[in-house]
Write a protein that binds this ligand. Structure first.
Ligand code: MN
Length: 739
């Protein structure tokens, strides 16, 4: 019987043949698979690697060059392209020698350089021995970091060779590397459909992680094979004969199961080794899908199928595109035998996976790449479906190209964030309390600003201080909805508390003005007023007062109608309790109308100083009434996160007020210019509040600037004025300044 999976052989001993012989073998393998390709880069890469790795030794004592050469050979056996093989030869050169990625690019072109760079980046990630959940994140991170599939294939070849030569390392290193292989790399090989690589990686890792179990199972497989060789050979012949009779061309192999997959089966089904009877099976490889089904019919005609064991992965391929028909039959003597049926092409895909699709042809590149990318996307989507869908759906949209960033806590937990995420996002992803009390962050040990955009593989240490509260500015820095919602929540709760306080003070003050003794007003009176406004609690009423949604006088009038007349002219609003003094509230009050609300404090925000004609929007502040901003104001976007506090405002029609506006005029430094400017101002009958001219001595280009504050009625007048000043010869720029 032909054994196509050399499972129980000892780990291959490093080949003692010379490096030159190995290179010849490599070139021959590539030449056979790709007769038309130019192989000269391979020889060049070999010389280059020999030069820079010269003197370096592996743990086994061999020249280091053995390793890249062996990796390249693995890739050549997979029929990978020249770029992949050159990358295999150079994959450790940036990490382990003085050579830089730029050097690689200069000597071997951008494609090789980018692949080598990709492998180098993957090597730098330290995969902590992770719990199950985390291993998934590492695998995704690895896929997310790669933008060329060849990088992963080279990395898998690298890992395969390292696993084959693992015996020379210390037991600790062996265990660590084996665990990483089992948790990270063999699942990736599986997802890429690379069954052969996956199988070898798993069995090698199993051998080192649980030598006793490995020995026991390998031994059992050997025994079973010895005991049943004649039996299986008889079945194989029968199948071959039957197929030939039906005119179905086929190759029939005996297939020994791999030690690790048997081990998993034992664990999964909680059975002992003696109970596993189908350690071996048959595999039929034929020429067409039609003949696959034909062969299945022949088999079932010969032996009775075991119910529930027929699986049609041809009609419904596995997510990694594996295709085959599976069945189990009750053979002679009542023994069960598993049979797989597939075409030659399906077999290649099952063994080599994504590498089997590597039919690199000049000129066909684009379509091929799209196909591969589509496939990898599909794989990635599939692995997402494996998870609890609710957990990731809010934040996760994994793409082959990094739309996500994977970072670590100092303890090695992986935090997955959308790309561009800041340390604040990270802090909230760790825990909302960490987010709320975040005062700063260290990335890879260095302090970074909170606006820093995190990158893959970085270790983020959040600095906290108890009692610290999130700032509104953070809303402009965060990318995750989780952080955004938490920040809003804290700010709102905080503001509401203050608004209640302020509202209460407003009402007390207003009561004193009108000689109303607030203490005498029954609590249920205020509750009634609150209800009139559609609120259930007095606190809500205070909060609305504090936010400036209505005035204290309105509330007081409703609460004590006998003492506060409805038609008394509105008393002056309470003095501003903040830095926004300087604005003329009473004036502005009459030039801006608030939709649906009368008698409310309105002021023009200092940050953008909107004037009549500017598009404006109102924002209900806490305790300061309504701030009116220009719609283009930078602050508006941050403030308006709370849409409930946004309010429509417009310029009143009839008012004739003017607005002070600051203007800076850049000019040539020449006599007479200032006079021309003031002439323009006069002809536009503009009142000038202040004017200051400055010569810029340092610029050396005879520049001057004139800064002035002028009163204008509206935007139209301002624009006209600016246009007139721009027409003056020697004026370089006229700019409205908002602060
Ligand atoms: Mn390596």
């Amino acid at each position: 019987m032909r054994d196509i999976s050399p499972v129980v052989s000892p780990p291959p001993v490093p080949d003692p043949v010379s490096l030159d012989t190995q290179l010849e073998k490599l070139l021959a393998t590539v030449a056979e698979a790709r007769p038309k390709d130019d192989l000269s880069p391979i020889g060049k890469a070999y010389q280059y690697a020999a030069q820079y790795h010269s003197g370096q030794l592996r743990a086994s004592g061999e020249p280091y060059l053995m390793h890249p050469l062996a990796v390249a050979q693995i890739l050549a056996d997979m029929r990978m392209d020249v770029v992949s093989i050159v990358t295999g030869l150079l994959h450790d050169i940036v990490e382990d020698t003085t050579v830089t990625t730029a050097d690689v690019q200069k000597n071997f072109g951008p494609e090789v350089a980018s692949c080598v760079d990709g492998v180098t980046k993957l090597s730098k990630i330290d995969f902590f021995s992770a719990e199950d959940r985390q291993a998934e994140s590492y695998r995704k991170m690895l896929l997310a970091m790669v933008n060329d599939i060849r990088v992963i294939i080279v990395k898998l070849a690298d890992r395969l060779h390292n696993m084959r030569t693992l015996s020379v390392l210390s037991p600790e290193r062996r265990e660590r590397i084996s665990r990483e292989t089992l948790e990270i790399y063999s699942p990736i090989a599986h997802r890429l459909g690379m069954g052969k690589v996956r199988g070898e990686l798993e069995d090698l890792a199993f051998r080192y992680l649980d030598p006793d179990a490995f020995a026991e199972i390998s031994h059992a497989i050997d025994n079973q094979r010895a005991a049943n060789e004649a039996y299986l050979e008889r079945m194989r012949r029968t199948v071959e004969d039957e197929l030939r009779r039906e005119g179905i061309p086929a190759r029939v192999d005996g297939r020994v199961k791999r030690a690790f997959s048997v081990y998993q089966k034992l664990k999964r089904q909680k059975i002992s080794l003696e109970q596993v009877y189908d350690l071996f099976a048959l595999r039929i490889i034929t020429d067409s899908v039609k003949n696959c089904y034909g062969a299945l019919g022949v088999i079932h005609n010969e032996w009775r199928p075991v119910p529930g064991r027929i699986k049609d992965f041809i009609a419904i391929p596995r997510p990694n595109l594996y295709q085959s028909l599976h069945t189990s039959v009750v053979g002679p003597e009542g023994k069960h035998c598993e049979i797989q049926i597939r075409t030659e092409e399906m077999h290649r895909i099952a063994e080599e996976g994504i590498a089997a699709h590597w039919k690199y042809k000049e000129g066909k590149r684009g379509a091929q790449d799209d196909q591969r990318v589509a496939w990898l996307r599909q794989l990635v989507e599939w692995q997402q479906e494996m998870r609890d869908p609710g957990e990731f759906s809010s934040t996760l949209k994994l793409d082959l190209y990094p739309e996500e960033v994977y970072c670590f806590t100092p303890k090695g937990r992986v935090i997955v964030l959308p790309s561009g995420a800041s340390p604040i996002d990270f802090a909230y992803a760790v825990h909302s309390e960490v987010g709320n009390t975040c005062t700063g962050a260290k990335v890879n040990g260095r302090i970074v600003p909170l606006r820093y955009a995190l990158r893959n593989g970085e270790i983020v240490d959040i600095l906290t201080q108890s009692g610290h509260l999130p700032s509104k500015d953070w809303l402009g820095l965060v990318k995750t909805s989780r952080a955004r919602n938490k920040i809003k929540h804290v700010i709102n709760a905080n503001e509401r508390e203050r608004a209640i306080e302020i509202g209460q003070k407003f009402l007390e003050k207003e009561a004193r003005r009108h000689g109303v003794q607030l203490a005498r007003i029954q609590r249920n009176e205020l509750e009634r007023v609150a209800a009139e406004y559609g609120m259930s609690k007095i606190e809500d009423l205070y909060a609305s007062l504090g936010y400036g949604k209505f005035s204290a006088r309105q509330v007081l009038q409703k609460a004590a109608p006998e003492q506060v007349a409805e038609d008394t002219p509105p008393p002056a609003p309470p003095p501003p309790a903040d830095h926004s003094s300087g604005v003329q509230r009473r004036d502005d009050d009459s030039v801006i109308k608030v939709h649906g609300i009368d008698d409310v404090m309105v002021y023009r925000a200092k940050c953008c100083n909107p004037i009549r004609g500017d598009a404006i929007v109102g924002y209900v502040t806490r305790g300061k009434g309504i701030a009116v901003h220009s719609r283009t104001c930078n602050n508006v976007q941050n403030l308006m996160y709370d849409s409930e506090r946004r309010i429509e405002v417009e310029w009143a029609r009839n008012a004739s007020d003017t607005f002070p506006v600051r203007i800076v005029v850049q000019t040539d430094d020449r006599p007479g210019l200032l006079h021309q400017l003031t002439t323009v101002l006069a002809s536009e009958s503009t009142n000038v509040r202040s004017l200051e001219a400055r010569t810029d001595f340092h610029s050396g280009n005879d520049a001057a600037s004139v800064e002035m504050t002028v009163d204008v009625r509206d935007k139209k007048q301002l624009e006209k004025l600016c246009a007139a000043m721009r027409r003056i010869s020697g004026v370089r720029d006229v700019e409205r300044i908002n602060q």
